[in-house]
Write a protein of this length. Sequence first.
Length: 255
Amino acid sequence: MMSAPAASHTCRVCAASVPEGAPKCERCGAAQVDLGPCPLCNGQGGSSQHPELRFACDLCGGPRIPRLDPRMKSSGREVPLLRKVDAARKARAAYRGLVAASGVALALTVIPFAVLLAVVGFKVLLLLPGLLFTGLFAGMLAFGLGRARSRGNEIAPALDGAWLAAATDVARQSPGPLTAADLGKNLGIEEAQAEELLALLDVDSAVGGAPMPRLRVAPLPAVAQPQPSSTMVATPAEAEALADEASADPLRKKL
């Protein structure tokens, strides 16, 4: 008799078949549970894996931290950090737009300027507008590149801080020892990423954060240490035996 196929439903993002009860789609990684409103746009949408933001809101594209266990409540400490990431992401995109526009304008200025220079030679009055526009667009290009790089560098530290805050909430509400597998299941990440978060939590508590008594697996039982001998003084019989041994061995006698 053939067994009945496992119940499944369709992923709301990529329309792939997802087994019933699976926390996320195996094809696109979209969460299949209710994640609540997005902290950035307040939209009731899901989140999908993102190469830079790890997870992004399906509605606004901003960073999100999925919480697959509805029992784990958020303290909200990660929200300002997520907003900082989103602001840095949008500012970087704007500066990249400035870089693209400046690059096009610079190319359209340099080419006619080079042609004019070849035709009339170096004459300051004729070439002054070209020099001014070339310097202007070159300066805008350099400024945009620097600002885009600077705002992009703000994303990773703020994102790490947001995930650390979310992991701290899970650790404080966990009923027992928190393992990497449990943390990954709660936040929808791989076990290796959860291990890194646990290490960050340990460092955070060691440098002055609140103590986290449930961060790691229960410690292994202590190995019994050998007990020292209760008698430190040799008995008379042992002393006599040592004296006989020393008299029989000339090298031992000289020591």
